[in-house]
Write a protein that binds this ligand. Sequence first.
Ligand SMILES: Cc1ncc(COP(=O)(O)O)c(C=O)c1O
Length: 388
Amino acid sequence: MQPRDLSDHVAYEAGRGIEEVARELGRDPDEFIKLASNENPHGPSPAAAVALRDAASSVSSYPKSTHTDLTDAIAEQWAVDSSQVWLANGGDGALDYLSRAMLEPDDTVLVPSPGFAYYGMSARYHHGDVREYSLERTEDFEQTAKAVLEAYDGDRIVYLTSPHNPSGSTISLEAIEQIAEETDEETLVVVDEAYGEFANVDSAVSLLEGRDGFDARDDIAVLRTFSKAYGLAGVRLGYAVVPDAWADAYARVNTPFAASELACRAGLAAIGDDEHVARTVETARNSRAYMREHIDSHVWESEGNFALVDVGDASAVAAELQERGVIVRDCTSFGLPGCIRITCGTEEETERAVETLNAVLEDFEVDPGLATDGSGRAADANPEVPDA
Ligand SMILES: Cc1ncc(COP(=O)(O)O)c(C=O)c1O
């Protein structure tokens, strides 16, 4: 027997971990820093770490009251009703719940290209198809209503990412409102704010609640996660904020207890730890400014906890950086074979990453033959040349 036809499905390519890389290269893990998965360089909120230790003895129970308590705390933070908060196993889990709630077989979703792979993966798991709109590198991945609406063709879900992964660009609330207004009544606009805490823009929750001069809408949902600013990527906790009109669908689509007891307790502690979030955001802002100022190549302006860098041959440069102990994200899988994405690290990590990258870029320019992807292809064979 065989599973159903999965030939359209792609495997998710996660950033590689230090242990994994060190083992493969037969090296000491201490030689490496990892700036590949947009994780929090300060680790989890200390309050969450304490909560996790304290919760260890209660994991024999299903998460019932903690799930309710965390949902209520998030609802209070956003000033929405608790029913509008769909807790899930990471932001990815929340994307799945939205797919489950929205998609009929053969419905299409419209996703950004380049963009976060899981939108399309989730749609396909739920028997949907994927269409794309382009964010142009030559236009600095600018996100406009026009770019989305020109590609739109009655799709059931339209995904917007603000800040966008991997470029760091954002989209204005006015543009989001226009997209929601000019798409069909049955089209849901999902605004993925996984990196929202790092950006200097207002959340699209204002749009579904009708605040700040906007009319309330029932066709926008907002995605948030505890993986980034709260440093809880390992516990898997995220949520969608959805309009009141169909918030009750959660009970019919959620996986029972998918947000675990440990995750809910960690989330509850983290949400009250403003100091950790403020420190994390400040570190990211300093780090991305430092990268833009000091990297000897084009770095796109970013509102996230990462920066996209034009390096010419991403595979070769990422491999060489890894060799020198700095693990970054090769953006070839995003369709950007000329770019790497570097997560904002601590001051020390950022300085090391920048210094190492500049040395690699210099070496590659001196000897382009060094910049191969292992197949003998030289860096100067790559049509993507560094801007500066
Ligand atoms: C744009 C974007 N959305 C959503 C997620 C999902 O994050 P998680 O499932 O860890 O909450 C990520 C993770 O990297 C992301 O980059």
